[in-house]
Design a protein around this ligand. Structure first.
Ligand code: ACO
Length: 425
């Protein structure tokens, strides 16, 4: 195959370079398209647009492959830890034992937030959604750490930023939860690992079940990065204006909150509860979902990229069975989820559209078994995705040819209106 694509526009033919990624993915490089032809591309929802090159995560949705820095998600989930895989995506290599220890200790050293942030969390209504508390407090941190708000961070400042944000996001998340329960904040305990400490800060109990902490660690690993999804693209978009790192991450939290993205884990649980409480059978519920007038979707199903299966969902399903068995929890919602999956996977509507369970279909059931309340699910996702956002931001700002992200549009509005005085409208 030629390394150039030919584009014929009327009388004019131009050649566009073909770019090939390390896994063989091909792209037509249109960088010079507008300059040479006056045309731009139109790609609603970015279905065909590669917004950047990246060496962090590879996924092949047709066959269900996900790799962080070349390591398969199955191997990482089995052998690594959340903090080690965070190091891997951010620094691009697996750490030595010494590097990992230093990274863990650095994160643990950010074990609290300034008094002003604590006051701000306490000022929220108790029923505030924890994602609102998280998003606003992530950006508020910028008011307290001026040195990390510089336009260009030094390598040492970037090292601080990843450790500080990972440490403090955990603190804000736990404090937000405690506040919603009308309870005092629980101080972090550095002797505990990241996940155990988070559970301790939520529950106030230092005796965290090892299996529970391990299950949470696996869930966080599975969320670490997922190439150019909606929240990561938002992080790149906002970060490309050289907004500070706290504002940039806060934008990722906001994008993640939507039910079509990270908010789906909460929506799945609510859907399962509704099916249980209404006594609707799976068939009746699925008929509703398939009805184009109903506006309802089978939450936790479907993915923009995965059209075969989501490898994270496979790992989660196994982890889910294991956690429930270990904890001796029998959850009727798990039976409903499994029943729905079984029926949907045989249904022509889902089969023909290549709709499979995604990462969020079973994660909520595990969170529930671990004692994490439903409105905290998306916060857990944010905690897992933070290192990916940080890695993608770092990669972007360090890439040669870095530019502010600024798409074009094709205008379709009125072309010539004449201003009318307000009295005569
Ligand atoms: N339930 C029912 N129908 C669905 C679903 C679903 N969950 N997902 C897609 N469809 C249908 C659409 O109605 C559409 O049908 P049509 O061709 O007859 O019009 C077709 O499948 C294609 O769907 P799109 O919305 O065009 O697919 P897109 O790639 O834009 O959306 C998305 C992907 C947003 C994930 C979608 O599948 C969805 O809404 N799923 C439910 C929400 C969810 O679980 N989100 C989490 C995604 S994973 C993550 O972000 C962590």
């Amino acid at each position: 195959m030629s390394d150039k694509a030919k584009l014929v526009l009327g009388e004019k033919t131009i050649e566009l370079p073909i770019f090939t990624g390390t896994e063989g993915e091909k792209a037509i490089d249109i960088t010079k398209l507008r300059a040479e032809t006056g045309f731009v591309t139109l790609d609603s929802g970015y279905m065909n647009t590669g917004a950047c090159t990246s060496s962090i995560t590879f996924l092949d949705g047709e066959v269900g492959i996900l790799k962080y820095r070349g390591y398969s998600i199955e191997e990482i989930a089995e052998k690594s830890s959340f903090l080690e895989s965070s190091y891997l995506v951010f620094y691009g290599k697996l750490p030595t034992a010494q590097e990992l220890k230093a990274f863990e200790e650095r994160i643990a050293s950010f074990d609290d937030v300034p008094e002003g942030i604590k006051q701000q969390i306490k000022a929220f209504p108790k029923n505030a959604h924890p994602m609102a508390v998280l998003s606003s407090n992530m950006v508020s941190l910028s008011a307290f750490y001026e040195e990390l708000c510089a336009q260009d961070l030094t390598p040492a400042q970037k090292d601080t930023a990843i450790a500080q944000l990972m440490g403090q996001l955990k603190v804000v998340a736990a404090y937000a939860y405690r506040h919603s329960q009308g309870k005092e904040f629980v101080k972090s305990d550095k002797s505990l690992d990241y996940c155990s400490d988070f559970i301790h800060m939520m529950t106030g109990d230092k005796n965290v079940n090892k299996e529970v902490a391990k299950a949470l660690d696996i869930l966080l690993i599975l969320h670490v990065d997922h190439e150019q999804n909606c929240s990561t693209s938002s992080v790149r978009m906002v970060g490309s204006s050289k907004a500070n790192i706290f504002a940039t991450i806060s934008a990722g939290v906001d994008a993640l909150w939507g039910p079509l993205h990270g908010g789906a884990n909460q929506a799945v649980l609510e859907m399962l509860e509704e099916i249980k409480n209404s006594g609707k059978g799976y068939e009746a519920f699925l008929a509703e979902v398939k009805d184009k007038n109903s506006n309802s979707r089978l939450m936790g199903f479907g993915h923009r990229v995965y059209k075969n299966f989501d490898p994270r969902a496979k790992i989660i399903k196994v982890a889910c069975d294991k956690v429930l068995a270990t904890l001796g929890v029998k959850d009727p919602l798990l039976d409903i989820a499994k029943g729905l999956e079984e029926v949907a996977l045989k249904d022509e509507y889902f089969v023909s559209r290549k709709l499979y369970p995604n990462v969020d279909f079973y994660s909520g059931i595990i969170y529930r078994a671990l004692g994490i309340p439903t409105n905290m699910f998306t916060v857990m996702f944010a905690m897992g995705r933070l290192p990916g956002w940080m890695a993608q931001w770092k990669e972007m700002v360090e890439q040669p040819g870095f530019k502010i992200c600024r798409p074009r549009q094709i205008y379709t509005g009125d072309t010539k209106n004449t201003y009318k005085d307000i009295k005569s409208r």
